[in-house]
Design a protein around this ligand. Structure first.
Ligand code: UD1
Length: 419
C-alpha cells in the first residue's frame, strides 16, 4: 500500500495549477446518462472517484474515451439496452454513485442502486434524495441493501421543499426533474457552485432551468438530447487546500485562471487571520504570515465556509497565536484527523461538534494514518509545516480527490515522495 514521505519546513514559491472540480464532474457524468448523443467533458480531474463514476457509466452501458493528457472525457451510449443498475461493488467505494439514481429513473423509468452505506465522516443517509424522487412520482423500495425505484409512466414535475440542505439530493432532484413532465420547483436547495456547473451542463442539453439565489430552482422538463461540450469549473476545494498550504509556507505562491469570487468566504477568513492575499480578476497570490491570528468559524452550506476545508483550516489554526474554534455543523464525525494532528504536537480539544485549537504549536513529524479524503490532505499540510519527516499511511483516500498532488507541490519546493 502506498505511503507518502514528507520532509517538512520547505517553503513554497511559484504557481500551482488547479484541476477541474471533482464534485462538479461527478454529477455532470451522472447527468450525461440523460444524453443519447455524445457528451464531451473538458477539464476533467482524473482522480479515483472520477474513474469510479466512469466505471459505473461503462457498467450501465456507456462507452467512454479518456484523454488524460488533455483532461478530456467523451461519453456516448454504447448499447440500446441499458442496465439500470448501480452495483454495490462499484458504489461502495464512492457515495456519489447514488447520483445515477435520478437520471436512470428519469430516462429509463427504473433503477436499482446500491445504498452507499456509512463512511468515516458520518452515517450519510439518502432520505432527502428519495423524498425528492418520490415527490416526482417514483415508487421506491429498499431491499437487500439496494434502492429499487420505478416510475412506469415517467416522472412528473412537482413542488419540493427540502427539509434540510443537501448537495447530492439537490443534484439528483435537478437531473431527474429535467426529464419529468411539466414544471418542478425546488426550494431550500443547496446552491454550491458545482450545482450551478451541473445546471449549465443540463442547459446545454436543452433543459430549461432557472437558478435563483434564494435557494429556489425551477426546472421545466424536456426530452431532447444533443451532442455537447462542457468545461468543468475549477476545484474550489483543491484551491482552498493549497491557499491554506501557501498561508503556512508560501514565500509567494500564485494561482492562475481561477475565480476568486467563488471562494470569497475562504479568502476573507484567511485575510482576517493575517494572511497576505492579493486577488485580481482571475488570479490569486498568497504569502505566508509569521503572525497568524486565531479565528472562530463554523462549517455551513455554500456560501458559508465548506466542511471540505475544515481539516486543512485546523492545521493553519495550530499555527495561530491564541485560541481558534471550529464548529462542524455538516457532518457528525468529521474530526478524525484530530487525533493524528495531536500526535504531531497540536493542542486540540474536541467537545461534540466543537474543536478548540490552542496555538501556536510546534508540529513535529510522525507516522500517521489517513482516514478520509480531506483528513488525509490536512495531514499532508501538517507534514509540510512540521519539523523532520512525516509518513502518511492509507493515502488511497487522497487519490480519491487530488490530482497530481505531489507533483504540484514539489514543483513549488515541497518534498513529498510516494513510497
Ligand atoms: C457533497 C460533497 C462533499 C461535501 C458535502 C457537503 C460531492 C460529490 N460531495 O456531499 O464533498 O462534503 O457535499 O458540502 O459533491 N443528508 C441527509 N439526508 C440525505 C442527504 C444528506 O440527512 O439524503 C445530510 C448528510 O448526512 C449531511 C448533510 O445532509 O449531514 C449534507 O450532506 P450533503 O450535502 O448531501 O453531502 P453530499 O452531497 O453527500
Amino acid at each position: 500500500m502506498h505511503k507518502l514521505l514528507i520532509k517538512g519546513k520547505k517553503l513554497l514559491s511559484g504557481s500551482i495549477s488547479i484541476s477541474g472540480s471533482k464534485n462538479a464532474t461527478l454529477p455532470i457524468l451522472a447527468a450525461s446518462i440523460l444524453n443519447d448523443k455524445q457528451s464531451i467533458i473538458k477539464n476533467v480531474p482524473f482522480v479515483k472517484d472520477v474513474f469510479t463514476m466512469i466505471e459505473l457509466l461503462n457498467f450501465i452501458g456507456f462507452k467512454t474515451s479518456i484523454n488524460r493528457k488533455k483532461n478530456l472525457l467523451k461519453i456516448f451510449k454504447k448499447r440500446k439496452k441499458i442496465k439500470t443498475v448501480a452495483p454495490y461493488k462499484i458504489v461502495k467505494t464512492m457515495r456519489a454513485g447514488v447520483l445515477v439514481l435520478g437520471p436512470l429513473l428519469a430516462k429509463y423509468k427504473k433503477a436499482k442502486v446500491s445504498l452507499p452505506g456509512g463512511c468515516a465522516i458520518g452515517t450519510r443517509p439518502v432520505d432527502l434524495h428519495l423524498l425528492a424522487l418520490k415527490k416526482l412520482g417514483a415508487k421506491i423500495l429498499i431491499k437487500d441493501g439496494y434502492i429499487y425505484a420505478n416510475a412506469k409512466n415517467g416522472l412528473v414535475g412537482n413542488k419540493i421543499r427540502f427539509p434540510s440542505i443537501s448537495v447530492g439530493a439537490t443534484e439528483n432532484a435537478i437531473i431527474a426533474a429535467s426529464l419529468a413532465k411539466g414544471k418542478t420547483v425546488l426550494t431550500n436547495c443547496a446552491i454550491e457552485p458545482e450545482i450551478q456547473d451541473l445546471i449549465s451542463f443540463l442547459k446545454k442539453l436543452g433543459c430549461k432551468i432557472l437558478f435563483n439565489k434564494n435557494r429556489k430552482i425551477v426546472i421545466n422538463g424536456m426530452s431532447q438530447t444533443k451532442s455537447l461540450k462542457h468545461e468543468v469549473m475549477f476545484d474550489r476545494i483543491e484551491l482552498g487546500t493549497y491557499l491554506i498550504g501557501s498561508a503556512l509556507l508560501g514565500k509567494k505562491v500564485s494561482f492562475l485562471k481561477v475565480d476568486p469570487k467563488i471562494i470569497k468566504t475562504e479568502i476573507n477568513i484567511l485575510k482576517k487571520m493575517g494572511i497576505k492575499i492579493i486577488t485580481s480578476n482571475k488570479n490569486i497570490v498568497v504569502h505566508r504570515s509569521a503572525n497568524i491570528k486565531p479565528i472562530n468559524l463554523k462549517t455551513e452550506p455554500y456560501p458559508g465556509f465548506p466542511t471540505d476545508l475544515q481539516a486543512q483550516m485546523m492545521v493553519l489554526m495550530t499555527k495561530a497565536k491564541g485560541l481558534s474554534k471550529i464548529k462542524e455543523s455538516i457532518f457528525e464525525n468529521r474530526f478524525m484527523h484530530v487525533s493524528e494532528l495531536k500526535r504531531m504536537g497540536a493542542k486540540i480539544i474536541i467537545k461534540n461538534n466543537l474543536a478548540n485549537i490552542y496555538g501556536p504549536s510546534k508540529l513535529s513529524g510522525a507516522e500517521v494514518m489517513a482516514t478520509d479524503l480531506r483528513a488525509s490532505v490536512s495531514l499532508v499540510l501538517a507534514g509540510m509545516v512540521a519539523e523532520n519527516r512525516t509518513i502518511i499511511n492509507r493515502i488511497y483516500h487522497l487519490d480519491r480527490g487530488y490530482e497530481n498532488l505531489e507533483k504540484k507541490l514539489n514543483y513549488c519546493g515541497a518534498s513529498i515522495k510516494r513510497l
